[in-house]
Design a protein around this ligand. Structure first.
Ligand SMILES: [Zn+2]
Length: 351
């Protein structure tokens, strides 16, 4: 799909109508020039010379040439023609410049467009090659995890927030601890959890011993994985960044995750459904209207820990195993939409 620049210039030449506008303008230039010169020929010559003299008030007038009497009147129509032709010349000159500018602009933007397409194709190809290489490397490494795969309950991922202590933003790829206290949801990054004795609001560090252990193991295994990955990929011309390796690692970890964690929750849901659901399979929960741009009403059932959200667009979502404090925080949250990020870790479905 290589198109030569010559071809692009030709195509742009016809598309920009420079072939139509430019000759007309150039013709206008030539015509106006020749008429201007022609009109100049008919001027009366400056044939009378006047010597310098002193005026009565004492100012000196330099010697000058003047036309013979009646000459100025004879010149008027030619002067008018000259003015008009000068005007025409400048109009045509502007026309020249505009048509050339349009032509150049069209050509360069076309070249840029094609270059972008070429680059996209190249990128896609590289991405695919990189994907293949990744698979090859993974096969070679044949990495296995030690048995600590079930993520502890309080270890959260996928919360886009700021750490309470270091104020660094916690990306959706980072682990953190999030807890609810005094109608606020607090997030603490794992690096801070490791060093803080107390996370504040009755959250001692010891409460998160499982989470810390999991995180430390995660880091250990990740660094091991990373060094192995780097060692394997060194010979290739692709460079893998740390964050890329991390996302590959996370992807494998996700696929390794035993399904055990989710199962009990699901069976509980089905048990629950048979007990108190209506025909649509939706739990019968009274929803309370809330003030929000997209959420219409929120309902919660203490016994089943089901949180229902009704959106203004009409859809209803159920979140399972949601602690009551999260529900209360949700109800108190200034922005319901933003708070939804905290529900990311719960199982949910549309009902
Ligand atoms: Zn922090």
């Amino acid at each position: 799909m290589k198109i030569s620049k010559g071809k692009i210039w030709t195509i742009s030449f016809f598309r920009s109508f420079v072939w139509l506008a430019l000759p007309i303008c150039i013709l206008g230039n030539i015509k106006s020039c020749s008429s201007y010169i022609e009109a100049g020929k008919y001027f009366t010559p400056y044939s009378v010379s006047v010597r310098g003299y002193y005026r009565r008030d004492g100012t000196y007038i330099n010697p000058y040439n003047r036309r013979p009497p009646g000459g100025a009147r004879h010149d008027v129509p030619y002067e008018n023609t000259r003015t008009k032709m000068a005007l025409l010349f400048f109009v045509c000159l502007i026309g020249d410049m505009i048509s050339i500018a349009v032509f150049v602009n069209k050509s360069t933007s076309e070249i840029e467009r094609l270059q972008k397409i070429e680059k996209d194709i190249e990128d896609k190809k590289r991405k695919e090659e990189k994907q293949l290489l990744t698979e090859r490397i993974l096969k070679k490494i044949n990495f296995t995890f030690s048995a600590h795969l079930a993520i502890p309950q309080n270890l959260k991922k996928g919360i886009l927030s700021k750490c309470k202590f270091c104020k660094k933003s916690i990306s959706t790829d980072d682990f953190c601890i999030s807890f609810f206290a005094v109608s606020n949801v607090h997030c603490v990054c794992m690096n801070c959890v490791l060093v803080q004795e107390s996370l504040g609001r009755n959250q001692p560090r010891s409460k998160y011993i499982d989470e810390i252990k999991y995180f430390e193991n995660y880091q250990k295994e990740f660094s091991e994985f990373k060094s192995k990955f780097h060692a394997e990929s060194e010979t290739d011309d692709f460079e893998f960044r740390d964050y890329e390796i991390k996302s590959i690692f996370d992807a494998i970890l996700r696929s390794y995750e035993p399904p055990k964690i989710e199962e009990p929750q699901k069976s509980e849901n089905t048990n629950f459904k048979s007990a108190t659901t209506n025909e649509t399979g939706r739990a019968d929960i009274k929803r309370i209207r809330v003030k929000s741009s997209n959420v219409l009403a929120i309902g919660y059932d203490k016994n089943t820990k089901i949180l229902q959200i009704e959106f203004k667009k009409g859809s209803v979502y159920e979140y399972y195993e949601v602690p009551e404090n999260i529900y209360l925080a949700f109800m108190n949250a200034d922005s319901k939409g933003r708070f939804m990020g905290n529900l990311y870790n719960y199982n949910y479905r549309q009902v």
